[in-house]
Design a protein around this ligand. Structure first.
Ligand SMILES: Cc1cc2nc3c(=O)[nH]c(=O)nc-3n(C[C@H](O)[C@H](O)[C@H](O)COP(=O)(O)OP(=O)(O)OC[C@H]3O[C@@H](n4cnc5c(N)ncnc54)[C@H](O)[C@@H]3O)c2cc1C
Length: 487
């Protein structure tokens, strides 16, 4: 059994205990819960639900973890309503779990102590678009595709694209990224300001529209990645980007995974400003072909995209072809027209569903480490060797240009040997990533599933500081309890 270790900055190894999930004795008293639920029902009418199916959707999400249901679900339509809901919960010390569309993968929305799920889905208005300043303001329930549809005539776009059509509130709360992050950054780089409701139910504004500011603590950045544990985000100010004059997408195939990874590393290290460079192993390509009815060569593959002026895109393509060729890259298939590019990226985004479809009756377990780019080849070689000896098949794919990749396993969570095996492989992978000064999650977040790695990654002092922030902003621990950092 792998010993849990934190690799200190000095290189010295020391054991530290894992953060512990919540126990059921922390549940709120029944009469407090009943009083809160009665008040919420009166306030919201048919925008309040205790239906089992509605609670199940909210108490599970995409995660493979066992569902744990909230006691009720509320569907507010304004910041003011969110504030009133949280004030009721604060008065009765009832857990509050913000909810976007439930595509997070680490049990972020499960409700270990029950409580109130706040579904932001009805807060789906694009409030302001400022083309001259290239920014906008949206309600938290707007999804990334809705935003891009709403601004399509402005010549601007919002680049961050987790495979799922997640809400911008959820993406902010998980500090999400996706295929474009290698060029445009993650949510951390693209959120400018927020309106949020804190654990006391007060409405707080953070940040502004200025391109930069050095005025005090950066509360916006504190909230980005807070996973609903510090407050409910109700509005978001976002940076937008100019639609490039030319875009060229492509797939390139390689004799083996190592050659594909070496090409990614060279591409980033020579400073080629590629917009997307996605690694997909041959088994996943096969699954994509079968699910999406495509006919990509079944080889280890990079999905690519180049942005810029016509001339600049040509220059980037020329340099990339040279780099890929030096690692045996071939079969380059180009997609210039919007429809062809969209089809190519739809196939890439459907990779997770394609893998699931290959193993009917199973659930997906996805992990996502991220390492400094110079370590990417070594960690992928390491984990491939682990997978050769494993009883489970793991599919490797991800946003390799950021040093970020996923392994997707399809398992039956009822079979304990399979669960033990994914945890064993995950532990080995994360241990290796941390040794390389990487992270246990590049983009999916901690939720409930990766709590046990937090102390190893950050060390005792940083965890104590996070706990102090949590305690200061949410003294009764009502905001998404049991996630991210325990009180
Ligand atoms: C097929 C697939 C592919 C994916 N690919 C990627 C990827 O490439 N990159 C990536 O980053 N992620 C990816 N994900 C994960 C997922 O899409 C992200 O975690 C997403 O950001 C979650 O958004 P959501 O609206 O579904 O939030 P939810 O799942 O509903 O919530 C996620 C967390 O945020 C909190 N939250 C939600 N809304 C708010 C709010 N308004 N205020 C405060 N807290 C809130 C919740 O409490 C919870 O802790 C993928 C998921 C799937 C299923």
């Amino acid at each position: 059994m792998l010993r849990l270790q934190h690799i200190a900055k000095t290189g010295e190894k020391m054991s530290t205990p894992a953060l512990q999930p919540l126990k059921h004795e922390n549940k709120p008293a029944t009469d407090s819960l009943a009083a809160a639920m009665q008040a919420l029902k009166l306030m919201l009418g048919d925008r309040y639900s205790v239906s089992e199916s509605v609670r199940l959707v909210h108490g599970k999400g995409e995660a493979w973890h066992a569902p744990q249901l909230p006691d009720c679900v509320c569907f507010p339509e304004s910041t003011d309503e969110v504030s009133r809901i949280v004030k009721i919960c604060a008065e009765h010390r009832i857990p509050v779990i913000p909810f976007g569309v439930g595509t997070s993968l680490e049990g972020h929305t499960i409700a270990p102590l029950g409580g109130v799920s706040i579904d932001l889905g009805r807060m789906n208005q694009v409030l302001q678009v400022h083309p001259a300043d290239m920014d906008c303001r949206v309600q938290a329930g707007v999804t990334r595709k809705q935003l891009n549809q709403a601004i399509r005539d402005t010549g601007l776009f919002f680049p961050i694209d987790p495979g799922a059509d997640a809400t911008l509130g959820g993406m902010t709360a998980t500090r999400a990224s996706g295929t474009n992050a290698v060029r445009y950054g993650t949510m951390k780089d693209n959120v400018m300001s927020l309106t949020l409701v804190n654990a006391a139910g007060e409405i707080v504004q953070t940040g502004g529209r200025a391109k930069k500011s050095s005025a005090g603590y950066d509360l916006t950045r504190l909230m980005v990645g807070s996973e609903g544990t510090l407050g409910v985000i109700t509005e978001i100010g976002l940076r937008l980007h100019g639609m490039p004059e030319a875009m060229m997408a492509a797939v390139a195939t390689f004799p083996d995974l190592g050659s594909a990874v070496a090409t990614v590393m060279d591409t980033i290290q020579v400073g080629l400003p590629i917009a997307r460079i996605e690694l997909v192993d041959r088994d996943t390509v096969q699954a994509i072909n079968s699910y999406s009815k495509t006919d990509y060569p079944v080889r280890d593959t990079l999905f690519l995209e180049f942005h810029g002026s016509e001339r600049y895109v040509e220059e980037q393509v020329e340099l990339f072809v040279e780099l890929a060729g030096s690692h045996g890259g071939s079969d380059l298939e180009w997609a210039r027209h919007e429809e062809d590019r969209n089809n190519l990226w739809q196939a890439r985004h459907d990779a997770y569903l394609a893998i699931l479809a290959k193993y009917p009756g199973t659930q997906g377990f996805t992990t996502d480490v991220c390492v400094p780019i110079s370590n990417l080849a070594e960690i992928i070689e390491f984990i491939k060797a682990v997978l050769v000896d494993s009883s489970l098949e793991g599919h490797i794919l991800g946003h390799a240009g950021d040093g970020n990749f996923h392994i997707v396993f399809c398992i039956d969570p009822e079979i304990s040997a399979q669960v033990d095996e994914v945890y064993r492989v995950n532990d080995l992978l994360i241990d290796k990533a941390l040794e390389m000064e990487g992270t246990c999650t590049g983009e999916h977040g901690i939720g409930f599933g990766k709590l046990k790695y937090m102390r190893r990654e950050h060390g005792d002092e940083a965890i104590a500081m996070m706990q102090a922030v949590k305690k200061g902003l949410d003294p009764d621990n009502i905001m998404n309890p049991g996630k991210t950092v325990t009180a």
